[in-house]
Design a protein around this ligand. Structure first.
Ligand code: SF4
Length: 216
């Protein structure tokens, strides 16, 4: 099945209709809280991140305040999130840099965001689009999987998928489409057992017949 530009447009249009009112499931009040939440979200559910940050930000919600917790103190606060030692180290280094170089503010420049410890393209794109309103498509595990299964953007790396999504989706929809693809991945196009029979994109999807799980 060849996925033409017309089919891709139809996929985007349906996703938009279904998920138009979705947004990030992470709780935050400012760019710094969003940045910390996204760093914590690697291999951790948004629900768990929200519990962790809800507790953490009551004690320390600025780079300076987090630095004052010390590495051990921060590890203790975030230990419910996976990879907490590594995340704590990166958050401490990032807080130090924000404190020293940016007066405790998160820079809006994409390359400056990328230069922060623990911040890769996905995190920089999320912060860039959600906190600063820049068009960006962050490719997380859901976006990567759904884009490949639909052949909306086929790639072996998140960066490759990101570049192809940018071609397939109009720029004004990039940031919103990131959320549509995430929610479709969470609710329907699940990693292990995609609900192909219930999927509103079933007739357009080249992977539907391969992955369909029979309804008992
Ligand atoms: Fe995913 Fe199946 Fe829907 Fe294709 S038909 S997008 S594989 S749930």
């Amino acid at each position: 099945m060849r996925i033409t530009a017309k089919i891709k447009n139809e996929m985007i249009s349906r996703l938009e209709k279904i998920y138009h009112d979705t947004k990030s499931a992470l709780n935050f009040n400012n760019p710094f809280e969003l940045l910390v939440a996204v760093i914590l979200s690697a291999q951790c559910t948004d629900v768990r991140v929200n519990v962790t940050t809800g507790r953490l930000f009551k004690k320390a919600a600025t780079p300076e305040a987090i630095l004052s917790l010390g590495l051990d103190g921060l590890e203790e606060e975030i230990r419910d999130c996976g990879l907490f030692r590594n995340k704590a180290k990166n958050i401490m280094k990032t807080c130090q840099k924000l404190h020293d170089d940016y007066a405790d503010q998160v820079p809006s420049d994409y390359d400056e965001l990328l230069s922060l410890p623990g911040v890769g393209r996905k995190t920089a794109n999320v912060v860039s689009s959600i906190a600063f309103g820049r068009p960006a498509i962050a490719v997380d595990t859901h976006v990567f999987r759904v884009s490949n299964r639909l052949k909306l953007a086929v790639g072996n790396s998140p960066e490759e998928v990101e570049k192809k999504l940018q071609k397939a989706i109009p720029v004004e929809k990039w940031s919103a489409a990131h959320h549509w693809l995430i929610w479709h991945g969470r609710k329907i196009c699940k990693a292990r057992h995609p609900l192909c029979q219930k999927c509103p994109l079933n007739d357009l999807c080249p992977s539907a017949s391969l992955l369909e799980t029979p309804i008992a």
